[in-house]
Design a protein. Structure first.
Length: 224
């Protein structure tokens, strides 16, 4: 999308337009874009942060997807300079596998302490499917997100009074052709893309961003 090329054209039209013509506002909207969507929460930048993906429902078909999701979120938080230091989510997943059982659950604060983190971005998976109804080829993921202060043992986000289960996040991809589902390799590829899409949506909770669908496609490509 060549947004810069719209500005000279807008100026020319504006100069030729009669007084009182209301062309400036829509032209500026196209040239500059709509207002940004604000962050839902600002992470404490100077505190060591870890992302943990909890999948108690076994929504994800592969453990590797949890690691990919945690890594993508953590790396994005760091690259966008939303936090100064991120602990690998893979390290925490390995710790939980060694120390947790069906009858012994580890508190979120203790997860943070295990890797010397100050803040835990806790992601609980609710759904991760390639078809929401078993027939429609539309990959969809749903999760709940919480931010926990390890030292104070309290929830920073969502705020008090909000749903204690966490902030709901939904990520999906445009409906795809049946050929995208024919082989196990293509289905794994779809799962990887859906995990990255969910990572993007979760990261956007913590920074200002363009509204969905403006300036970029919302379809995740299967090519390449």
């Amino acid at each position: 999308m060549r947004r810069c090329s719209l500005v000279p054209a807008f100026l020319a039209v504006a100069l030729l337009a009669p007084a009182g013509c209301n062309i400036i506002t829509p032209a500026l909207y196209v040239a500059q874009g709509p207002p940004k969507t604000p962050a839902e929460f600002t992470l404490p930048k100077d505190r060591k942060t870890v992302v943990f993906v909890d999948d108690r429902r076994s929504a994800m078909s592969r453990l590797q997807l949890r690691a990919v999701l945690a890594d993508d979120i953590g790396q994005s938080l760091k690259s966008l300079e939303l936090v100064d230091e991120v602990v690998s989510g893979r390290e925490l997943i390995a710790y939980v596998r060694r120390n947790e059982s069906a009858t012994k659950r580890i508190a979120i604060e203790d997860l943070g302490r295990a890797v010397n983190a100050d803040v835990v971005v806790y992601v609980e998976m609710e759904a991760f499917v390639l078809s929401p109804d078993g027939a429609t080829p539309k990959p969809t993921a749903m999760a709940r997100v919480k931010v926990i202060d390890v030292k104070e043992e309290k929830r920073l986000f969502p705020p008090d009074g909000a749903d204690p289960a966490g902030y709901p996040v939904v990520a999906d991809m445009n409906a795809l052709g049946n050929e995208a589902y024919r082989t196990s390799a293509s289905r794994r590829r779809l799962e990887d893309l859906l995990a990255k899409r969910l990572a993007l949506k979760i990261t956007q909770l913590f920074h200002e961003h363009d509204p969905k669908g403006f300036g970029q496609g919302v379809t995740t490509s299967m090519e390449g």
